[in-house]
Design a binder for this molecule. Structure first.
Ligand code: TPP
Ligand code: MG
Length: 758
């Protein structure tokens, strides 16, 4: 028999016989401040959660439901939820259905039973994911959906908690959380060991240790096991009890009264002091890990039965009966009537429509636009105060890319009070390359945040702040360090709109200093030349400018895309070009330009490419398609090709690496007799693969690519040995054009011969 049926029958027979467990806690209702109605309410939520689990297993067995990770044994969550306000944003563990149900009972007009059933049967009417996953979550209940890697929601919970204080100062237009809200974040005992969890807890402590407000309640739901691996006895308490900056509370989640009392104390403490709390809640896990998990493979029958005997519903029943709120029959009545209601509703839910086409599934991948206050750019007064009049005049002098990005960031921060920046060393130092110099002086340490050294926390901060109306500009100091934290983009940020049917979004512009060619500062960590990790994430935009003026315009577009269209953008800055001034010869200053003041210059929109035409001719012999350092070198090569070889060559700057501006690329090259792709990233996995495919599918002939070798980048004089150079681009172009001329001759001769035969 399915264990859920065994637990069900145990409950019925023990309640009928009045075989109640001993009270798990001496705390009385009065001491807990819990009214009889409130306890009955908690029981209702617990019972509903239990029956939803049972029914979801039945539906799965019938092929009508999918994925049945359950909440049974964790129903203490209902008492937990009752201790918080429904506007305290909750990032929940997957076993927290009872939390969501109890919260729904705090809000008029909610229909948690129906909503959750729609999610179980993946109906398009599921109010959270629109039928994309069985997932907890609700926009109205401040519960963002969570279906992902273990512990990956903790960093954003830290970010959301941090955002409350910042929102109280800046009041961003799209603010969500009240000024005195706290954030709840729950997870399992095995998840506590994940480096992401440890990192987030450390970040919370580090923040609070300095007296910075961080109203966050971490809840570790300790059922003593993670799938089949036992958590050592006492480990969770030992791990959480002595964390600097974090206050520890513990409760027995089997007993709703103690759970409520302790959770209330923890929530109140956190709300009052604006400091993080770790609440350790004991639970049991009934029916194994998830649908197909056979507990018998790793637990003895006695162990399984001992867990089942600790059923929290029996404990709540015992409380209700021992306090005279209900008698045995009253407990049974609630249990059986809710059961009947759930079963009836389930039969209706399975008839509701499901997603069918790829188009329907994909409809929520990219968030929708949102109305934003009219943007007139920063005012003249604000700019004069921020920069000083002489500095504004100096902006008309030619500037390199690092300076231009710095000015653009300043103007954007001036124009929009919902922008915040965060990263390692971006504040006082102004970034490793000075790109963020003076920004902290201008906007304060609350908007230009020097973070601790943890990329997951930096990206989590951005995600969490976006949940409260901010658009963060997190910085990853070097591209190689993104890999430590890529799940925060891939598994978390990028999936949020998809799994919430566009209701939750986390717009941001991630600035990443990257790519190769740094002379004298080397090694692959500082010269990482692979962007593959960002290219295949659905919905994420990747921008990569090659020069200062473009960087400014593209950054402005990226911020607009994030603020107004709620997009996630990676803005990759080629480090080696930050300070580059000259193109062809020393002192020519061709890689500098005046800073385009806000509202000036030509905007660079998504899907557009840059086209550089030769001085003479129309550049139809050859198009070199490249970006960043490759584009810069291609421009050098183009001059040689024109002047020394008479090849009329245009150079195309791709600018937007994902999604590729396919149409613009085809249009820009269509008149050209040859196309050479120059990609400074590694041959395997680089953009060049997609570009070759694009042009081949389009039918472009005479196509070749020059890429970096499949190798890491060394330090020392050979720093650029594996990368495309002006010389290698020139050679590749000559060989391609030469080949084309040969082919043409061969074709002409072939045609003549054929003509002769006729
Ligand atoms: C990063 C990552 N690794 C592994 C998994 C697979 N996995 C899902 S749940 C789970 C066990 C979690 O146990 P615990 O945190 O104790 O929560 P419980 O299921 O016991 O409530 C594992 C290993 C995952 N989802 N994410
Ligand atoms: Mg566990």
């Amino acid at each position: 028999m399915d264990r859920s049926e065994i637990v069900h029958n145990n409950f019925l027979s023990r309640v009928t016989a009045g075989d109640w467990p001993e009270l798990a806690s001496p705390v009385s209702l009065q001491e807990a401040g819990l009214s009889p109605e409130a306890l009955t309410d908690i029981f209702h939520s617990q019972v509903l959660s239990r029956h939803l689990d049972r029914v979801s297993r039945q539906l799965q067995a019938r092929g009508e439901g999918y994925y049945t990770i359950g909440s049974s044994g964790h129903e203490g969550n209902a008492a937990l939820a009752s201790a918080f306000r429904p506007t305290d944003m909750a990032f929940l563990h997957y076993r927290d259905a009872a939390f969501q149900i109890a919260r729904a009972r705090q809000v008029p007009g909610e229909t948690p039973l129906w909503d959750m059933l729609l999610s179980f049967v993946t109906s398009t009417e599921d109010p959270i994911s629109g039928g994309r996953h069985k997932v907890l979550g609700s926009k109205r209940l401040f519960i963002p959906p969570q279906t992902s890697t273990i512990a990956s929601h903790l960093p954003k919970a830290v970010g959301a908690a941090y955002s409350i204080g910042t929102a109280n100062r800046l009041n961003p237009e799209h603010r969500q959380l009240p000024h005195d809200a706290v954030v709840v974040c729950s997870f399992g005992d095995a998840s506590l060991n994940h480096s992401t969890a440890q990192g987030a807890i450390n970040t919370a402590g580090w923040t609070a240790f300095q007296g910075v407000p961080l109203p966050l309640v971490f809840v570790c739901e300790d059922n003593g096991i993670g799938i089949s691996t036992r958590t050592p006895t006492g480990w969770v308490a030992a791990n959480l009890q002595n964390r600097p900056g974090i206050k520890y509370f513990g409760c027995n989640g089997l007993d709703p009264v103690e759970t409520y009392a302790v959770a209330k104390e923890a929530a109140d403490w956190c709300r009052r002091r604006r400091r993080p709390v770790a609440l350790h809640m004991k639970c049991v896990r009934l029916y194994g890990h998830a649908g197909a998990d056979m507990q018998a493979a790793y637990m003895s029958k006695q162990q399984i039965e001992a867990e089942e005997a600790m059923d929290p519903l029996l404990h709540t029943g015992a409380r209700l009966v021992s306090t005279g709120i209900l008698d045995n029959q009253g407990v049974l009545d609630i249990y059986t009537s809710v059961n009947a209601r759930v079963e009836r509703a389930a039969e209706q839910a399975i008839k509701r429509p499901r997603l069918k086409t790829a188009e329907q599934v994909m409809a929520s991948l990219v968030p929708g636009p949102r109305p934003c206050r009219t943007d007139n750019g920063p005012s003249e007064e604000d700019r004069s105060e921020c920069f000083g009049v002489s500095d504004i005049r100096a902006m008309d002098k030619p500037q390199h890319m690092a300076k231009q990005i710095n000015l653009a960031l300043s103007d954007l921060m001036l124009a929009h009070n919902d922008l915040v920046m965060a990263g390692e060393d971006i504040g006082r130092k102004g970034g490793v390359y000075g790109v963020t110099q003076k920004l902290q002086q201008r906007f304060g340490s609350g908007r230009v945040i020097d973070t601790l050294l943890d990329e997951q926390s930096i990206l989590g901060l951005a995600i969490g702040m976006a949940h409260n109306g901010f658009v963060a500009i997190p910085e990853i100091q070097f591209l190689a360090y993104l890999h430590n934290a890529e799940d925060q983009v891939r598994g978390e940020a990028a999936t949020l709109s998809f799994f919430s049917n566009r209701q939750y979004t986390n717009p941001m512009v991630i600035r990443i200093a990257g790519l190769g060619y740094q002379r004298g500062f080397g090694g692959h960590f500082h010269n990482d030349n692979s962007l593959a990790v960002l290219r295949d994430i659905p919905g994420v935009i990747m921008a990569c400018p090659s020069n200062g003026a473009d960087a400014v315009q593209m950054l402005r577009t990226c911020i607009r895309l994030a603020r107004e269209e709620q997009r996630i953008v990676a803005f990759v800055e080629p480090i080696a070009l930050y300070m580059t001034r000259d193109l062809h010869e020393e002192g020519d200053g061709l890689w500098t330009s005046p800073y385009p003041q806000p509202g000036h210059g030509t905007p660079i929109e998504l899907d557009s490419v840059g086209i550089h035409l030769p001085v003479k001719g129309e550049g139809k012999d050859l198009a070199i398609v490249s970006y960043a350092n490759g584009y810069y070198r291609a421009r050098q090569a183009a001059k040689v090709l024109e002047e020394d070889h008479g090849i009329s060559c245009r150079v195309i700057d791709i600018r937007w690496l994902s999604p590729l501006p396919a149409k613009a690329l085809i249009e820009a090259t269509t008149e050209c007799r040859n196309v050479l792709i120059v990609d400074e990233c590694r041959r395997t996995g680089s953009q060049s693969e997609q570009l070759m495919t694009l042009f081949t599918e389009h039918g472009t002939h005479n196509l070749a690519r020059l890429t970096a070798e499949d190798c890491f980048i060394p330090t020392g004089p050979s720093y650029a040995a594996t990368l495309p150079s002006k010389e290698s681009i020139t050679d590749a172009a000559l060989s391609l054009v030469g080949k084309q001329i040969k082919n043409q001759r061969a074709n002409n001769q072939g045609a003549k011969k054929q003509g002769g035969k006729k």
